[in-house]
Design a protein around this ligand. Structure first.
Ligand code: FAD
Length: 512
């Protein structure tokens, strides 16, 4: 086998430290706001068609060789609000990347196409007749090829994955290897801290360098504050460039007849609200969904070493369709920091015992098909993520926890920890209904994380009920497009990056 040497490649990016003037004026055919999944793909697709593209990214440029593989450091440097972004009641951590490459730099590499039944809902309920399986298939094919998406091979399934697979087989539940966008995975399990060896095919090492090769310019440390429009047409953006010590380096204005908003499902609606644009429907910021997920950890009799091997190996899709439960379970590795943040084994002595026996733990991540009940608001100074798990969704959360507990027990676990604020440990089948059935849908009761905010600039045919048309252009402002996870009219149950890449490709092709 040939020896492959991996070396961090570097990217040409304008940073605050390069700025010498206090105000910059730039011109482009297209200005792209945000350099994550949607922004990077749109930038590349438009640049390769000869458009002059400028990408503005609020976060810093962190080259891969500076990734530390320490989750606490990564939260500080690569994540929105240094990893502290929560809903207003503080029981949902909303994780998003905030760096060049956006959330794709820190994501878990799991890849799913949008399920067919979700596309059918979108056609039926939102008039998105164009977004059929056949229409989207070529876009999915293309992004999957570009990003080396493949089924995990046996070596990419860590010990926790094999345990879970065996348990699912015992229960007769459908279990499959996850697909991931990674080349020759180093099996370090540090995906959420950024991939130091650039094997993860994030935007940082794929579409962004490809866009730059076609002439796109990327500005890091550059937060867009306002989108500009005149006479119903987009005309550009205003931004502020900020040094890493927090001081302002410069203001920036980009004049462009096309604006692609791809700042993610929290920031994109905030920018529209701040700019007073595209909100005739009053839908901007509404319909926030987020796949609130739980880490259900369990203790096994033999060491599992959940931090060893690839982060995510297999998943159970037995209950994916809403008629069967509306949730999926993904086997997930985790390090000590994630373990202490996401699971809830109690405090004091039980917590010390849990952490002291960390090598015996394995985790299951639950994802549910939540309703779009949340709202992003801007009060003139700060954002508010108004989201509570709804009573409509609580039963599917309970079903997901019960299934995770059953699966852990079938896989050989001796104790399953319910991530609730009162200590709940399941030791046998008989405990499941009592412990999970006894949960209440109260603020602060469950320790939830969202990796997948969505839905706040909803796509749809009806301008009274949606913000954006199926081609990505806002109903109200010509030349103003949205190309990120805020487009998704409903939550999609599964991890959304491939959906965002495919939609952004389609939108950019229509624009070009
Ligand atoms: C920890 C984690 C794990 C995940 N794991 C998976 C996974 O395994 N599989 C999967 O499919 N999905 C996963 N996701 C989700 C996936 O990465 C996102 O759904 C996807 O990246 C969303 O794309 P986006 O373009 O909407 O936003 P992002 O990729 O988040 O990009 C938005 C960018 O816009 C920038 N921005 C924000 N405001 C401004 C502004 N005002 N001006 C300029 N720039 C701005 C942000 O800094 C950010 O870089 C994960 C996410 C996280 C956080």
């Amino acid at each position: 086998m040939s020896e492959v040497k991996w070396q961090a490649s570097g990217l040409k990016v304008h940073e605050a430290s390069d700025v010498t003037e206090s105000h910059l004026e730039l011109q482009a055919d297209v200005v792209v706001v945000g350099s994550g999944a949607g922004g990077a793909v749109a930038a590349y697709e438009l640049a390769r068609k000869g458009k002059k593209v400028i990408v503005l990214e609020a976060g810093p440029y962190v080259p891969s060789q500076d990734f530390t593989e320490k989750f606490t450091n990564s939260l500080e440097t690569l994540y929105q609000d240094h990893g502290g972004q929560t809903n207003s009641s503080g029981d949902l951590l909303v994780l998003q990347g905030a760096c060049v490459g956006g959330s794709t730099v820190v994501n878990g590499c799991v890849c799913f196409r949008t399920p067919d039944f979700i596309l059918e809902d979108w056609q039926r309920d939102f008039g998105l007749d164009e977004l059929t399986r056949d229409e989207l298939a070529p876009y999915f094919d293309e992004v999957e090829k570009n990003l080396s998406v493949h089924d995990n091979g046996p070596h990419e399934i860590a010990r926790h994955g094999w345990l879970i697979r065996a348990g699912a087989n015992k229960l007769g539940w459908s279990v499959k290897p996850l697909k991931r966008n990674i080349r020759e995975c180093g099996l370090t399990g540090h995906c959420l801290s950024g991939c130091k060896t650039e094997r993860k095919q994030s935007m940082l090492v794929t579409y962004l360098p490809w866009a730059v090769a076609h002439g796109a310019k990327i500005y890091a440390d550059t937060r867009v504050e306002r989108i500009l429009a005149e006479g119903g047409e987009a005309t550009g953006v205003e931004a502020v460039i900020t040094r890493h010590d927090g001081s302002q380096a410069a203001t920036l204005r980009v004049t462009a007849p096309r604006v692609v908003l791809a700042a993610g499902a929290v920031q994109s609606p905030i920018l529209l609200l701040k700019s007073g644009l595209a909100n005739r429907s009053d839908m901007v910021g509404r319909n926030f969904a987020c796949h609130p997920s739980l880490l259900v950890a369990a203790r096994y009799p033999e060491p599992v070493h959940p931090w060893r091997g690839a982060l995510l190996g297999v998943y159970v899709d037995e209950f994916e369709h809403p008629d069967k439960g509306g949730f999926v379970l993904e086997d997930g590795g985790f390090g000590l920091v994630e373990m202490s943040m996401l699971a809830e084994p109690g405090s004091g002595a039980p917590f010390m015992d849990y952490m002291a026996n960390a090598k015996y733990l394995a985790g299951l991540v639950t994802l549910i098909h939540d309703h779009n009940v949340g709202r992003i608001e801007w009060d003139g100074e700060k954002k508010k993520i108004d989201y509570q798990l709804s009573d409509m969704d609580f039963p599917s959360m309970q079903r997901a926890i019960k299934a995770a507990a059953r699966l852990h027990l079938a896989s050989g676990a001796t104790e399953v920890y319910v991530p609730a604020s009162d200590k709940r440990v399941i030791r046998n089948e008989g405990d499941i209904d009592r412990e999970v059935g006894g949960l209440e849908n109260l603020p602060q009761h469950l320790r939830m994380v969202s990796y997948h905010p969505q839905g706040t600039c909803r796509m749809g045919a009806d301008p009274e009920q949606s913000v954006v048309k199926a081609n990505g252009e806002t109903h109200d402002v010509r030349g103003l497009y949205v190309a990120d996870a805020s487009l998704l009219p409903t939550s999609i149950i599964v991890n959304p990056q491939i959906t965002v890449y495919a939609l952004a490709t389609r939108i950019a092709r229509h624009m070009a």
